[in-house]
Each structure stands twice: as C-alpha cells, then as structure tokens.
Design a protein around this ligand. Structure first.
Ligand SMILES: Nc1nc2c(c(=O)[nH]1)N[C@H]1C(S)=C(S)[C@@H](COP(=O)(O)O)O[C@H]1N2
Ligand SMILES: [Mo]
Length: 280
C-alpha cells in the first residue's frame, strides 16, 4: 500500500510545515498573510486524508488537521479586531457626519486587507463565471465585461475593522448588467461571490442590482492594483468591505442563503455598515 503510506507522509509533512510557518509568525509583519499560508498547507493536508487507508491513522491525522485549522480561524478573526496596517486616520472636520457609519473612522491611505497570497493569473487570462440559477452559464473575459458597458461610480468604502475610505472612483461594469447577460432563473434570490485564493461572500440580489454595485478593474483613474483585487474585484459600497470580493472569479445564483468565508466565521449575514451589522 505504497500510495496510502505516501498520503500519510505527505499529510504529516504538511502539518509540520504549517506549524513552522505559525512558529515563525511573531517575527513577521502581516499576520493574516502568515495565517493564510499555513491555512493553504492545512487545506492541502485535509484533501489528502481520504487517501490514508488505515482508518485509525486517518482519524488521528484528521483530528490534528482540523484542530490546527480551528486555531488558525480563531487567530485570523482576532488579528482583524485590531487596526489594519496602513491605516492612518484622516481628519473628519469637513465631512458630512451622515456619511460615516457608527464607530468608523476615516483613513487617509487605502489599507490592504485579505486572507492568503496574491493570485498571479495574468489579466488576459482572467475569467468571471456566472453560474447556478441562470439561463446561460456565462464565462466572461475582461474584454467581454468591458463590452457590456464601462461606468465610473464614486462611493464610500467601510471595512468592519473600523476604517472607512470616502470618495472612491470605481470603474468597471455594473453587476446588474452582467447578471442580465446570463439571464436569471425566476427562483434566483441570492448570490455567492467567490474569489481567489479561497474566499467567498454571500449577497442578496437586490443589493447587487444597485447602480453602485460594480465589477471593477480601475480605482481612482488607475488600473486596479493586484493588492486591491486587480484585475477584477467586486465592489458593494452599501455593505462592509468583506463583501467586496477581490480577485473575483465566480458569481453563483442560488435560491437560498449560503454563508461565505466570514459569514461562516461569525460575521453578519447582511453587513450593512449604517446598521452596524458586524457580527451575527
Ligand atoms: N478575495 C478576497 N477578497 C477580499 C478579502 C479577502 O480576504 N479575499 N477581504 C475583504 C475585506 S475584509 C476587505 S475590508 C476588503 C479590503 O479591500 P482592500 O484590500 O482593497 O482595501 O477586501 C475584501 N475582499
Ligand atoms: Mo474588511
């Protein structure tokens, strides 16, 4: 049973490498990136568990993998409670207070926040798939999206970790136009948006059909940088930032609500910043 032995050795090795990354973490700056790297190794280990023939060994290793994944999830949620790197407070004196949701402060910069490593797929190879309860499963390149009609919309962005960045000029296509290109089944009511490396967020259709909900490729007049989700990201200004999926690859239409990455980890299903819907 050479293959089974191999699976077991590889799982053990992945566990060891994940532990090494976590041990080295205090010396590193970007805690959530560290957690993302270890998480990727653990997810690979989890995929290999099925190949282990001995049920007792399999169960023992499965318990080790899931305990570490649970630890990482808790550490990641904790790391997002503190201030994000890149947040410098901006003065609020000339801003209409009605634009700032409760317990948010303005940031002068544009913080970068995400789980895991930046994907490196070139823009020319990027595809967005619209699938699920649609009339036509539709796969779109960036050029296809541009052909649906480019718009620029100015909106505010509110991250649940408490920074807000006002007056973002997003350029892209309206999500509504992309959904209409695929044609919705009458039963479609919810969407799960997925992005790289392994991220997702749920949204209701009504919010995605708003004028300011975009699939964006430019920000403040410049092509969207890789760290901010380029070549393509979702932008949903009326929801906390975690719903604005960067490196978006799929919109899946559903007839029910399914939790995404942060919703599974205790964050609010809806996430309206003005109602301060941070946690479930
Ligand atoms: N693919 C992906 N998209 C993501 C995230 C992520 O971890 N992965 N983080 C979200 C969160 S919590 C926020 S606040 C915004 C941050 O966007 P920014 O890095 O451009 O400021 O991206 C959102 N989109
Ligand atoms: Mo966020």
């Amino acid at each position: 049973m050479v293959d089974q032995r191999e699976s077991e050795d590889r799982v053990t090795e992945l566990l060891h490498r994940a532990d090494e990354i976590v041990k080295a973490a205090p010396a590193r700056r970007d805690e959530s990136a560290v957690i993302g790297q270890a998480g990727e190794l653990l997810e690979r280990a989890r995929d290999l568990l099925a190949g282990i023939g001995d049920p007792e060994r399999r169960r023992a290793l499965a318990a080790q993998v899931s305990r570490r994944i649970g630890d990482l999830d808790r550490a990641l949620v904790a790391s997002f409670q503190g201030p994000s790197p890149g947040v410098r407070r901006a003065p609020t004196k000339d801003v209409d207070p009605a634009r700032i949701p409760p317990n948010q402060h303005l940031t002068a910069g544009f913080p970068v926040l995400h789980v895991g490593r930046l994907p490196d797929t070139p823009a020319a190879e990027w595809r967005l798939t619209v699938t699920g309860l649609v009339e036509r499963r539709t796969v779109l390149s960036l050029d296809d999206l541009r052909d649906l009609g480019e718009v620029t919309d100015r909106s505010d962005f509110h991250c649940v970790t408490s920074w807000s960045r006002l007056d973002n000029d997003w350029t892209g296509v309206r999500v509504r136009d992309v959904l209409d290109a695929a044609g919705l089944e009458p039963s479609a009511s919810h969407v799960i948006a997925s992005g790289r490396p392994a991220y997702s967020a749920n949204l209701d259709l009504e919010v995605l059909r708003r004028d300011d909900s975009l699939l964006a490729w430019a920000h403040d007049g410049a092509p969207l940088t890789r760290e901010h989700g380029g070549p393509l990201r979702l932008v949903v200004p009326v929801r906390y930032g975690w719903k604005s999926v960067k490196w978006v690859t799929e919109l899946r239409l559903l007839d029910r609500d399914v939790h995404g990455y942060w919703e599974e980890r205790g964050y609010h299903d809806v996430a309206d910043p003005f109602l301060e819907q941070r946690f479930a």
